[in-house]
Design a protein around this ligand. Structure first.
Ligand code: DSN
Length: 414
């Protein structure tokens, strides 16, 4: 049957059709991506997109909100239950907005903040000079130890005691080891800082019990809902009761206007899905697959940054292959393996080139792949890295990717 979209806008209908095909026939290893359920997609694509609901449930600026209020209440309650939090704000449109709202709630412009360096695994909103965070606040960066390539908590403590930040941020986008939130709490207490954890990447692992939770230790935890948590593309904030009013006020009216009620409904669906036992098994399988992929890549000759992984992602150093991250990403893309180039510690290459790749296993785990497939994927990556300009070798890998995806198709019915 021809859909309404195909009739109204065949060009966009065709873009969506081809993107479904791309997701169904290529291997997705971007550590921040996943495949949402059809239930999440249905909620996201619903008439809730029509509703203006500035404010919060029962305290809206416009009429007609009694129905969508229930969606936001469900999302807030489920987020609190899932993570054991006092309070949840489910309105942030993204993780960056969740972080920005947190700063707005807690800081004054010019205040000192400590966060992880972007080029050592942090995030743009953790103080990058090209981001609002680096322009509005006085960021002091911490990184990883040059030898272990892991967080050095004693070094972070020494810096925090010297700099006395008002806000200490834990959390990363390219760090493959468990983060010790209890250690961050004790550092924050010693230097008198508020502790925020940016848990976007590991939110699903936390929900599923595959990574320790920051909630008992942090004053504020920011999330995205679309990475390991497998929900819609959006953000959320969890916080202690004492900060609830300030956080809510910072999100609206401080930062955003009307909340995206369709996205909030889709977040509620994802939080419910994450409460299931099956989600717990999935979270644990993500880590098992990441370890299997990291081990298989090491056997292929790659150097794993920090020697491996405890979570859903890994960074690999491509220098043993004499290939840059940019060349690797493009060659793998052509071969049906989607991933992103990523800086490694003291990377000699520019940020748009890099010497590393970041690989994650959340999406392939959702697709049903296991340890055998991780070995196969590592072999495919190894083949492309040994022959990045060899069209025949890359075509062969592309065929292998299509065969693998035909057995593990995320959206067979789309
Ligand atoms: N762009 C996201 C990631 O890939 O980690 C972070 O915002």
């Amino acid at each position: 049957m021809t859909s309404a979209l195909e009739i109204a806008d065949p060009e966009i209908a065709d873009v969506i059709r081809r993107e479904v095909e791309r997701q169904n026939t290529t291997i997705q290893l971007i550590a921040s991506e996943n495949f949402t359920s059809l239930a999440v997609i249905e909620a996201q694509g619903s008439v809730l997109t029509n509703k203006y609901a500035e404010g919060y449930p029962s305290k809206r600026y416009y009429g007609g909100n009694s129905v969508v209020d229930e969606a936001e209440e469900l999302a807030r309650r489920r987020a609190c239950d899932l993570f054991g939090a006092d309070h949840a704000n489910v309105q942030p449109h993204s993780g960056a907005n969740a972080n920005m709202a947190t700063y707005l709630a807690i800081l004054d412009p010019g205040d000192k903040v400590m966060g992880m360096r972007l080029d050592q695994g942090g995030h743009l909103t953790h103080g990058s000079p090209v981001n609002f965070s680096g322009r509005l606040y006085d960021f002091v960066a911490y990184g990883v130890d040059a030898g272990t390539e892991m967080l050095d908590y004693e070094e972070i403590r020494a810096t925090a005691l010297r700099e006395k930040p008002r806000l200490l941020i834990a959390g990363a986008t390219a760090y493959s080891r468990v983060i010790d939130f209890e250690a961050f709490r004790s550092i924050a207490d010693e230097c008198g800082a508020i502790l925020m954890v940016g848990a976007a990447h590991i939110a699903g692992l936390i929900a599923g019990g595959a990574h320790p939770s920051p909630v008992p230790f942090a004053d504020v935890v920011t999330l995205t809902t679309h990475k390991t948590l497998r929900g819609p593309r959006a953000g959320a904030i969890l916080c202690r009761e004492e900060l609830a009013a300030a956080i809510d006020k910072a999100v609206f009216p401080g930062l955003q206007g009307g909340p995206l009620m369709h996205a909030i409904a889709a977040k509620a669906v994802a939080f419910r899905e994450a409460q299931s036992e099956a989600f717990g098994r999935y979270a644990s399988d993500i880590v098992t697959n990441a370890r299997a992929l990291a081990a298989a890549l090491t056997a292929e000759g790659f150097r794993g940054v920090s020697g491996g992984t405890d979570n859903h992602l890994m960074l690999v150093d491509l220098r043993p292959f004499g290939v840059t991250g940019k060349v690797a990403q493009e060659a793998l893309d052509a071969a049906g393996v989607t991933c992103n180039k990523n800086a490694i510690l003291n990377d000699p290459e520019k940020p748009f080139v890099t010497s590393g790749l970041r690989l994650g296993t959340a999406a392939v785990t959702t697709a049903g792949m296991g340890a055998d497939e991780m070995v196969e994927i590592a072999a495919m990556i190894g083949t492309v890295m040994r022959n990045p300009e060899d069209q025949a070798a890359c075509s062969d890998v592309r065929e292998r990717a299509i065969r693998l995806c035909s057995k593990f198709t995320p959206y067979p019915d789309l």
